[in-house]
Design a binder for this molecule. Structure first.
Ligand code: ADP
Length: 169
């Protein structure tokens, strides 16, 4: 039986921190599905399709990594694609509490799917999509945080937003 894992997240946009987790998880499973989640509570910069498209562009070197998106509960999606595990990354103690509650809840909802945590690489422990977006919006250099294609797309999107804001004023 193929060992399949799902790595769910917002990926708004994908960073080198995510890619490090993806590379390591891909070496542990036959197939890794990076699944962009539609989280109604968040106000993303990129649409779910745009986020998946960026992931596809940067993940093509890994043949056993697929990109998809889903709405609803992660466990339901994981069961649908016959995954045995959900992958999550941990950066700091502050990530732990939420992740702990989520993993226990998911376990309660499905006995078939376990959550596996991968610790961040030390150099990416501060890195998040929000930090990247904030740094880029203030003109900071984000070359060490995201691949070039993501950097360009992010800067274009921030320009579009600023132009729209400028027109409104
Ligand atoms: P979510 O809204 O689901 O937290 P994110 O895209 O912010 O979506 O994160 C997806 C997953 O990737 C989470 O498990 C998060 O902890 C992990 N992650 C994000 N950045 C890093 C990083 N720099 N190092 C390790 N894991 C990370």
């Amino acid at each position: 039986m193929a060992r399949i894992a799902v790595y769910p997240g917002s990926f708004d946009p994908v960073t080198y921190g995510h890619m490090d987790v993806i590379e390591r998880a891909a070496s542990l499973f036959d197939e890794l599905i990076v699944a962009v989640s539609l989280n109604p509570g968040k106000n993303p910069l990129f649409t779910i399709e745009e986020r998946a498209e960026l992931l596809r562009e940067v993940l093509h070197p890994w043949p056993n990594v697929k990109v998809d998106f889903f709405k609803g509960l992660t466990v339901n999606y994981a069961e649908k694609v016959s995954a045995q595990a959900i992958i999550r990354g941990l950066r700091a103690v502050s990530d732990f509490e939420n992740e702990f509650v989520m993993a226990l809840t998911n376990r309660k909802m499905s006995k078939k799917v376990d959550t596996i945590f991968l610790m961040t690489k030390a150099e990416y422990s501060f890195l998040s999509s929000s930090v990247v977006k904030e740094a880029a919006s203030f003109g900071g250099c984000i070359k060490d945080f995201v691949p070039e294609v993501v950097r360009k797309r992010l800067i274009d999107r921030l320009r579009e937003i600023n132009n729209i804001k400028g027109d409104e004023q």
